[in-house]
Write a protein of this length. Sequence first.
Length: 145
Amino acid sequence: MIHNCLFNNQFNRSDCIVCIGGGLLGDMVGFSASTYKRGIEFINVPTTVLAMVDSSIGSKTGINNQNGKNMIGAFYDPFLIINCIDFINTLTIRDIRNGFSEIIKISVVFDKTLFDILDSNSLTEIISNRELLLDIIKRSQLIKI
């Protein structure tokens, strides 16, 4: 479907796809970008905490088929990742917690300072403090990179 859109609109190798969405959409668009004309650039604008700190950075793109999840894919980095933390305001608390579970995992394994920041602030405090939230997301991204 994405490939058909690219062909129908005569995208070429110098064009770029912009993906605005969570991890599943980022995987689909990243895979499409990696395979269309042997690769065109794409910009990823993740809209979930988990996508911001994990899937938008992980280089893995994949799509599902009848044989399983992510059975077709490629390793392909976005040209640019744009984080708009305002998207977090649209998420359910369950989705926010899901993303923060990845941040906690990252902090436990790689960054005691980040863990201490998480430990000394409630999730509500973090979400309501844009500067703190952005710092936590940036730290997590840098570790993932």
